[in-house]
Each structure stands twice: as C-alpha cells, then as structure tokens.
Design a protein around this ligand. Structure first.
Ligand code: FES
Length: 313
C-alpha cells in the first residue's frame, strides 16, 4: 500500500494510504479525544468529539472516519476545534447525572476526563433530562441509561460477537436509547453476561455488579491474565485491591479481547476469594443455588439414580 505524507499540527507524518487522520495523529503521538471510537471496530463517527480542522474542508470533520490524503494539513487543537469539543461535552453533560462523587466509574470515566481537560465545569444547556429507572435485573451488569452517551460502543461490540447482538438503538431523537429486543430489562434478554459491553463503556452507564462498592478505580490494580479453559487463550483482567483479587473483568479493547462467559466465571471461581454465588432464574427471579444445581449435576445424579433403580444395579 502506498504511503501518504500529511502535516498534523506542523509535524510531517507519513502513514499508509487508507489510515484515518485519528490513527495518523496517534502514530505521531498527537492526542485527539474520542468517545465512540474503538480501534477494533469499523469507524462510526457518532460522538464528533474527535473533530479536527482541515483547511479546504467544510465544517470540522471527525478524524476517526476521515482518511488521510497526500499533502493534507490538519490542526487538532485550533480555537474552532477546542470550542466544538467544549460544546459537545457541554451538551452531553446537560443530559447527564452530575453524581460523579458516588459513580462507580469516578476516576475511570472519559466524559469526566474530558470535562476536566476542556474546563467544562457545569452544563449550560437547560431542558428536559433522561429519567430511566436503574436496570440491575442482570446478575453481573448494572445499566444506568441516564448516564449513557449513546456512543454505541456497547452495541457494536455486542453485535460483533457471533450469535449475540443482544442490544441495539431503539426509539428516536431525544428518546433514543440502547435497548434489548422489545426493550425488556437486560436480565430478561438473551445476554450471557460476558461483560464486553462493560469493558468498552467509556462512562458509568454500564458497570460490573460484583465489583460495586468494592473499591475506587485508583485503589485497584488490573493484572492481565490468560484463560486456560480452552485453546483460544483469551485475555482477562484480575482486579486486585490490597493484594487480594476482588473480581475478574473483561479486558479493555486490544489484542486478545475475551470471548466467553465460561472463562470469565471459571476464573472468578479460581481466583476470587469470595467467588460469586451461582444464580438460576426460578419463577422469573434470580435465586442463589448450589454449583451442582447450576451446572445441572443434580439432575444428572437424579437420573443416574433412577436408571440404577430400574436396572437393579
Ligand atoms: Fe470520532 Fe466519536 S471518536 S466521532
């Protein structure tokens, strides 16, 4: 593939044709903020936070979906760019709970980081706010749609998994939200709790229930670990606080993204000192059960006993 040379913030950068402006800037060590961009997924261009200024182009293009061109000149932090980013953050905060002090994602939230970076202290747009009930119907994932910024990373990540696509965008305009089929709670959907959506959520809309209240982001350390349950060797993160493993999380995007629920839960059993209690849905409610029951061993044993009785052995 031929190379293309462009100028970003006065620096000459040479990258293969087809590279996006965002990738080229990152290659050169130049920071551009992103919310909806995921390097493992096709370009999306939804949040517009990654806008840059390119003389000759109308408006400010989103760098994550703009391919480089020979001789292109890019400004990543011009006055117009900073003003646009501030307005986007202001708009997002205007329809976002301001409960950072108690949010599970405090210290690990991109919206919070960018609000700090661009000095957006208070939202300036007034009007209606989302008011959805908290969805904690799922035993592993808590969904707070009031904090969702509709970046679509969870939707696209879930849809990239074969036979999943549990969530998608529903409704229109102000009422747009991430929904399951028929907009049921996540616990009633076909979600298998793999946690990939939680790992890619840049804000506090999706959090991992078993870790709720167990430690602030800056108190825990993430240690990469490789699953040994099958030959795929998927990567996970052990969440460690004061030398003790308090949880297992799907890994953030990168090579070796985790692929299955069995591995994550198996590792929880292996490493976490207070492993999760297995739960089964009975009469529409999740109730704690023994591992033998959860794994179906009780029914196998029952059947073996019946066969034994019948055969007289
Ligand atoms: Fe480029 Fe969201 S990161 S549009």
């Amino acid at each position: 593939m031929p190379n293309v040379t462009l100028t970003i913030d006065g620096r000459q950068v040479t990258v293969p044709a087809g590279t996006t402006v965002l990738e080229a800037a990152r290659e050169a060590g130049i920071f551009i903020p992103t919310l909806c961009h995921d390097p493992l997924l096709p370009g999306w261009g939804a949040c517009r936070l990654c806008v840059v200024e390119i003389p000759g182009m109308r408006n400010l293009p989103a760098s994550c979906v703009t391919p480089v061109a020979e001789g292109m000149v890019v400004y990543t932090a011009s006055e117009a760019v900073i003003e646009a980013r501030r307005t986007i953050i202001d708009l997002l905060l205007s329809n976002h709970p301001m409960d950072c002090l108690t949010c599970e994602k405090n210290g690990d939230c991109r919206l919070q980081d960018y609000a700090f970076l661009y000095g957006v202290r208070q939202p300036s747009f007034k009007g209606e706010k989302k008011n959805y009930p908290l969805d904690d119907s799922n035993p592993y994932i808590v969904r707070d749609l009031n904090k969702c910024i509709l970046c679509g990373r969870c939707v696209r990540t879930c849809q990239a998994v074969p036979e999943r696509a549990v969530i998608d965008f529903g409704y229109r305009g102000f009422n747009t939200k991430v929904v399951t089929a028929m907009d049921t709670p996540l616990g009633d959907s076909s979600c298998v709790y793999c946690g990939r959506c939680v790992a890619v959520c840049p804000v506090g809309a999706l959090t991992y229930k078993p870790l709720a209240g167990k430690g602030r982001t800056w108190e825990v350390e993430k240690r990469p670990v490789t699953c040994t349950f099958c030959e795929s060797g998927c990567a996970f993160d052990l969440v460690v606080k004061n030398g003790r493993v308090i949880g297992v999380m799907a890994k953030e995007p990168g090579p070796g993204r985790p692929l299955c629920l069995k591995g994550r839960l198996g590792l929880e059993l292996l490493y976490v000192e207070e492993p999760l209690k297995p739960m089964l849905k009975k009469d529409g409610q999740f109730v704690p059960v023994s591992w033998a029951e959860a794994l179906g061993l009780e029914s196998i044993l029952d059947r073996m006993k019946k066969v034994e009785g019948k055969e007289g052995r």
